[in-house]
Ligand binder design. Structure first.
Ligand SMILES: Cc1cc2nc3c(=O)[nH]c(=O)nc-3n(C[C@H](O)[C@H](O)[C@H](O)COP(=O)(O)OP(=O)(O)OC[C@H]3O[C@@H](n4cnc5c(N)ncnc54)[C@H](O)[C@@H]3O)c2cc1C
Length: 547
């Protein structure tokens, strides 16, 4: 069965129970937040982490093919020259074990682990107004408190396992890609069903197919993908990155998505159809997320987007030999990059293998899991020894809502967010003083190369706390009107792009039954968002009530 063992009792990072700040999560966000608060501000800080090691996303997502879609030289911390100079990436896109090694390197170099309690899952966090402290309870029953509570729990860390009837009767093994067993899964000689064809499924299928006896991919939503063109990094490239790092960082901070490439300043219609085709061909050959940067209007103009979409669909039809399978894969009904745009290594090619079958579960949906496999509404049955759920996450709000957070007057976060996440700048929620959410909903987060928004949030929060302490301010909390205005700005930013048109996107919460349909990330671009946050701080934290 799937590996969900994660809380074997608290391991103590410290005997103390009272801190200036408690940070939940030890991925990119929690590690840097600990460093910023402890080593720059001199606060007493404890990080609480459910896993038994650092890494966050990369601790849990050990599925076959798990790999970064951001290029390695941009998927790392930029705040420390020492960290930049003393780390060498091996590939253009690092695989999961390498990102784990990197985050362990960071944690060791900054001596962070001594202030992290592993195996420690937070199950409740309540604000005590009289003491102006957050009281945190762990699954093992420990109680800790702090003036500031900072959630660094990740946007994509609450695994979404669809509630198919019959899963408990399945006699084989099943695993969610986000809770993958550490010992790995042996697919040799096994019949495997993979459910899901998002970024994860697109990474996993080619690798599973290499060893499985048979792989059946159940596809509800066909998806675009562009080849990653992954390769080992040359020494020359590594030297170039180190020599030009300030410029790379400047580019990452000036672009909407925080990647180390700029978006071409031309419309898809500034060039002839032949020139456009040549530009897409070159971008396809180069590979990776840069494909969407070919023209500035790909994400905002449907006709421009269609040119990219049609190019990818043409490629799918060229690659996949069986015309019916090619048509199923290319029958994509959302704009290119309207959902998280995957990149791949041999995804479409995988459907040319004799041991791989594609099944359309949009027209013939999954009815139930049986003892031996999956039965569709038509009655068709697909047998499996192993089912792989590549079904993603209860994104952005799922983990926060599972933490038992209660603010002033007992207000729960579930109550506050009944109609969808309502906060200010994605950073703070009205009614929850001194609670900060790193990459919370309403921040650019998942629309970016995430180390960039993570660093910006961590630094903004640290500067804010420094300001509070310097000025003898006990608590900070957003004004209701500022939060309402921000929610409106987030909606407006989404409406200005094609992203809000995709009904079945996890950006909108559509993958989780009953979740309010609200476009969650801020689509106005990372550079603009940073400027807004800086201005708010420069204006004495306008929109926040400081007491
Ligand atoms: C498969 C996959 C591939 C990705 N690829 C990319 C990519 O190419 N580029 C990119 O920019 N981003 C990518 N991401 C997004 C990725 O999540 C971020 O880049 C980044 O790792 C987030 O770091 P974080 O520290 O904010 O959160 P996480 O890494 O998710 O860490 C959160 C931590 O909080 C802990 N936690 C949660 N709840 C509790 C609790 N109640 N008590 C205690 N601990 C708790 C979790 O155990 C976890 O360790 C990917 C995500 C996934 C899932």
């Amino acid at each position: 069965m799937t590996n969900v063992a994660q809380t074997r009792g608290d391991s103590t990072g410290s005997e103390a129970t009272e801190f200036d700040a408690l940070v939940v999560g030890a991925g990119f966000s929690g590690l840097y937040q600990l460093h910023a608060l402890r080593d720059r501000l001199g606060l007493t800080v404890q990080v609480l982490e459910a896993a038994d090691g650092v890494g966050g996303t990369w601790y849990w997502n050990r599925y076959p093919g798990a790999r970064c879609d951001s290029e390695s030289h941009s998927y790392c911390f930029s705040f420390s020259e020492e960290l930049i100079n003393d780390w060498e990436w091996s590939e253009r896109y690092p695989a999961q074990p390498e990102v784990m090694r990197y985050l362990n390197f960071v944690a060791d170099r900054l001596d962070l682990k001594r202030d992290i309690r592993f195996h420690t899952k937070v199950v409740a966090a309540e604000y005590d107004e009289a003491r102006n402290r957050w009281l945190v309870t762990t699954e093992a029953g420990a109680h800790l408190s702090a003036t500031y509570l900072i959630t660094a729990v990740g946007c994509l860390s609450a695994a979404n396992i669809p509630d198919f009837p019959g899963l408990d009767r399945f006699e084989g093994d099943w695993h969610h890609t986000g809770l993958w067993p550490h010992e790995g899964v042996d697919f040799a000689g096994k019949r495997v069903i993979q459910i899901g064809t998002g970024s994860t499924g697109i990474q996993a299928a080619p690798v599973i197919a290499e060893t499985a006896e048979h792989l059946t991919v159940l596809q509800r939503t066909p998806n675009y993908s562009v080849p990653a063109q992954n390769a080992p990094l040359t020494d020359e490239f590594r030297r170039h990155v180190k020599a030009t790092y300030p410029e790379i960082r400047r580019v990452m901070r000036s672009t909407p998505n925080g990647h180390a490439f700029t978006i071409a300043d031309r419309s898809a219609f500034d060039v002839t159809p032949e020139e456009r085709e040549a530009i897409y061909e070159a971008a396809w050959a180069k590979g990776g997320l840069q494909f969407r940067a070919s023209f500035r209007d790909v994400l905002v103009n449907k006709e421009a987007n269609d040119t990219a979409a049609e190019f990818v669909k043409k490629k799918i039809r060229e690659i996949v030999k069986d015309p019916a399978t090619a048509e199923q894969l290319a029958n994509i009904d959302h704009p290119y990059a309207g959902k998280r745009p995957p990149i791949d290594t041999n995804y479409f090619e995988t459907f040319n293998r004799d041991n791989v079958t594609l099944v359309d579960v949009r027209t013939d949906p999954i009815e139930e899991i049986t003892a031996t496999g999956v039965r569709l509404r038509s009655g068709a049955e697909h047998v499996a020894d192993i089912i792989v759920f590549a079904t993603g996450f209860d994104a952005m709000t799922g983990t926060l809502l599972k933490m038992g957070i209660r603010g002033r007057d007992g207000l729960t976060l579930e109550q506050a967010w009944e109609a969808g996440p309502r906060n200010y700048l994605g950073l703070q929620v009205p009614g929850f003083p001194n609670l900060f959410t790193v990459t919370g909903p309403g921040s650019p987060s998942v629309l970016c190369n995430m180390p960039v928004p993570i660093e910006q949030h961590v630094e903004w929060i640290a500067d804010c706390i420094a300001h509070l302490r310097q000025h003898g301010i006990d608590r900070i909390e957003p004004e209701a009107a500022a939060a309402d205005d921000w929610v409106e700005q987030v909606n407006r930013a989404a409406r200005a792009t094609l992203l809000s048109e995709v009904e079945h996107s996890w950006y909108l919460g559509a993958n989780v039954p009953g979740k309010p349909r609200v476009f969650m990330p801020y689509a106005g671009g990372m550079a603009r968002y940073r400027a807004i946050c800086d201005e708010v701080a420069a204006n004495g934290y306008s929109g926040f009530a400081l007491r």
